[in-house]
Structure formats: structure tokens, C-alpha cells
Design a protein around this ligand. Sequence first.
Ligand code: SF4
Length: 233
Amino acid sequence: MSPAASLRVAEVFSSLQGEGLWLGQRHAFVRLAGCNLSCRYCDTPRTRKVSAGKPWSEAEVRGALSRLFAERKHDAVSWTGGEPLLQAAALPPLMRWVRSQGVKNLLETNGTMVEAFKEVEPFCDLASVDVKMPSAVGRETWSSHLEFLRVAPGKCFVKAVLTARTTRAEWRQIIRLMQEAAPDMPLVLQPATARGGEGPAEPDAVVFFLRQAAALLKDVRLIPQWHPVWGLP
Ligand code: SF4
């Protein structure tokens, strides 16, 4: 490992953002290795271990992004994983530099690392907070999510991945969570993309969840993942 290495990076690439509020924008993705959770529906299982990443210095990350920015215009850098906040200490200078290039920062996070988010939040333009249900991760993370969403409610949206295991009780809990944290915050319902035996919620269930949420929250959207449909990474 180089002594100057400061990040464990699994990959850096350019693609269209395939989910969430910035769907369809051209993003540079920095996928950081390591995660503090183990979701049944994980679409990046290979990068859950820190060892899946190689050590990169800040200069190497800037260099890779500079090359992508020189090839075409990018709307944002998506800091993704794994869980990027595991490496929060290295992110502010890089995010500040991204902004200096006229590009925005999107943080894709599981919304459990509150103190780390406080370090990074001033440099985020948007955070996609993947609120976890016990049926997906095997334990409750509601209190961490509530604290997390209260850090910067104006910069966050909640992504809720709906699987065949999602229960009505879990759904009521998500709605309560958002009512307590920030009822104006956008909620994106994302049916799980079928993989590894973990299927998406049935269409009837998705409609039920959508109606329940739309009756109680201000901004509710149904946005499936599009990059698998487009055949993009
Ligand atoms: S938090 Fe994200 S990266 Fe981590 S296991 Fe869950 S889906 Fe995978």
C-alpha cells in the first residue's frame, strides 16, 4: 500500500445515474469498498468488504475524475459503495475539489453513520438515504436513520427498496420516521431489482405502499432502478 493512500476504491467510472431524484444525469461514480451492513438485496455484494478496494491517494482519485471530466460534461460525482461514510475523513477535500470543477456531489448512503455524515454534509449537494427495513438487514436501524435524516433534511431524500419481504408494519414505520424527521422530504419507492433469490414486492403491494405514503407525506415518487434496464453498470 502506498503511504499516501487515503481511500479504498473499488472502481471509478462514468455512467448515467440509474435511480433516485437525479435519474438519467451523467455522473462519475466513485465506488468505495467496505460496508457496515449486509442487506439481502445488495446490488454490489463484491464491494462490501474493504479488501475489495485498492488504496488510492486523493491525487489519484482527482486524476481519474479529471480524465472523465475532460471526456464529457458531468452533472455530479456519485460517492457510492459499499458505504462511503466509512471513509468520511477523506471525502471533504475531494468533494470541495469536485465543486470547484463546477460539478455537484451526490452521496449514496445507508443512513446509519450519523457523526460521519456531519463531517461530509457541508460538501454534499444531495444525499440518497437508503432507509433499511429489518426484513432486509436482519436488525432495526430506525433510530440511526431518524438521527441521520435530522442532520440536513433539506439535502436528503429517502430511498426505500421494496422487496417481497417488506411488511405493512415496516412501511408504517418508514412513514412515521419521515413524519418525525421531515415530512416534506422526498420519498422514493424503489421496487428491488430481482437478484440472488431476493424478489421485488408484488405490484399490488407496491400500489398499496404508494397510496399509504402519498396520503400522509408531501412528495412521494415511484422510481425503479433503470441502469439494469439500460444495460449500464
Ligand atoms: S448498505 Fe448498500 S452496500 Fe451495504 S450491504 Fe446494504 S445495499 Fe449493499
